[in-house]
Design a protein around this ligand. Structure first.
Ligand SMILES: *Cc1c(COP(=O)(O)O)cnc(C)c1O
Length: 407
């Protein structure tokens, strides 16, 4: 077996195809470097990244401050486990709570793990505080949701492909239509512990709910005494122009899950935030994670949060996101059915007759713009929030070209 590194794009693709599980269908671009909004492939070609690793690199690729903090912390201590305390964790908690207006944090690693943690927390809260009969707790979620890939989470997915072949599924979940407050009201029973929802459905195709939806949801959850849980793993941390997307709708959830950009893409860090007693149900030994809350993760997350603030990335996402969307709407393309979004999270839905978003993403790749189709017919534009106006103009020129050519 040769240990020589392949030097060509084809060589790397061949290696992945030969040895890797094929649970993704990536564009055939082999990246080796990123800086800010730009990434480079191994042939030296430069691209504007319009995906931001599904909104994990809101602060831009290899942000110098984040990378420096990561190096500094890595040279001091990376992991000591929660069996001991570390000098980063408390500061991380405090700064995160202040920035998100929360009062308790549970640190985890991946988004799915944080969602799993919420499921455990609200169930326990239901049994211990609402005295729901053991085994009966129900959580209400929405059709077209995306909350991660674990067995329990895909058990309440409405996407057949996410579930196919993975049974038996975890019971205890009820699906209702997204954006329909009356359906929520009707679905609640005495055994309901929580309603979990994305303020804007990301993987579902950048779907915005009716303006007053979350306000109604807030009112219903309060009145019925159930936990209102928002999954802001994708919409949070500046992506939509606010720290949390819930702020657009004038509500505060009881529990919020964040991840992705919490580390600026440097390291997996996620967290459950709560405004209520729900995280208080955990006692020593009830739940845990070897890596959750490790000093490296905390140091990286602390600076990633600071960068959002210092560089005004929320305002930038709001202002330039609107600019981006307005100008996308000016493109006269026979393929575009609808353009929608909030801040720097924008979806361009194509007509089915356009033949799928994939080939447009491939054409954009040729032009130096990297993006990814979500579902079959939506192209998501979600560049790092450090993007500048002239870079958006640069992208718009190329998007215009691709969406007006015959493919
Ligand atoms: C990405 C995402 C997740 C899952 O996060 P992972 O880190 O991939 O486990 C959950 N919810 C939403 C809304 C997401 O966008």
């Amino acid at each position: 077996m040769s240990i020589d590194s392949p030097v060509t794009t084809e060589g790397f693709i061949e290696l992945e195809n030969k040895y890797g599980a094929k649970n993704y269908k990536p564009l055939n671009v082999v990246l080796s470097k990123g800086q800010g909004v730009w990434v480079w492939d191994i042939e030296g070609k430069r691209y504007l990244d319009c995906l931001s690793a599904y909104s994990a690199v809101n602060q831009g690729h290899c942000h110098p401050k984040i990378i420096q903090a990561m190096i500094d912390q890595a040279q001091k201590m990376t992991l000591c486990s929660r069996a001991f305390r570390n000098d980063q964790l408390g500061l991380f908690y405090k700064e995160l709570c202040e920035m998100t207006d929360s009062n308790m944090v549970l640190p985890m690693n991946s988004g799915a793990e944080a969602v799993e943690s919420v499921i455990k927390a609200v169930r326990k809260w239901g049994y211990k505080c609402k005295y729901i009969p053991e085994g009966q707790a129900e959580i209400i979620v929405c059709n077209n949701n995306f909350h991660g890939r674990t067995v329990t989470i895909i058990s309440f997915s409405s996407e057949p492909q996410y579930k196919d072949g993975y049974s038996p599924y975890t019971p205890g979940f009820k699906l209702i239509p997204f954006g329909d407050a009356e359906a929520l009201e009707a679905a609640i029973t005495p055994n309901t512990v929580a309603f979990m929802v994305e303020p804007i459905q990301g993987e579902g195709g950048i779907i915005l709910p009716p303006e007053d939806y979350l306000k109604k949801v807030r009112e219903i959850c309060t009145r019925k005494g159930i936990m209102f849980v928002t999954d802001e793993i994708q919409t949070g941390l500046g992506r939509t122009g606010k720290m949390l997307a819930e702020e657009h709708f004038g509500v505060q959830a009881d529990v919020t899950v964040i991840g992705k950009a919490l580390s600026g893409g440097a390291y997996p860090v996620s967290a459950v935030l709560s405004n209520k007693e729900v995280l208080g149900v955990f006692h020593p030994g009830d739940h845990g994670s070897t890596f959750g809350g490790n000093p490296l993760a905390c140091a990286v997350a602390r600076v990633a949060l600071r960068v959002l603030k210092e560089e005004n990335l929320l305002d930038n996402a709001a202002k330039l996101g609107s600019y981006f969307m307005e100008n996308l709407k000016k493109i006269k393309s026979p393929y575009i059915k609808e353009i929608r979004g909030k801040g720097m999270l924008i979806g361009v839905e194509l007509f089915v007759e356009a033949g799928g978003a994939r080939k447009f993403c491939e054409a954009l790749q040729e032009e130096g713009v990297l993006c990814k189709e979500t579902h079959d017919h939506v192209i998501r534009f979600a560049p790092p929030l450090v993007i500048k106006k002239d870079e958006i103009d640069w992208a718009l020129e190329r998007i215009d070209k691709v969406l007006t050519m015959s493919l």
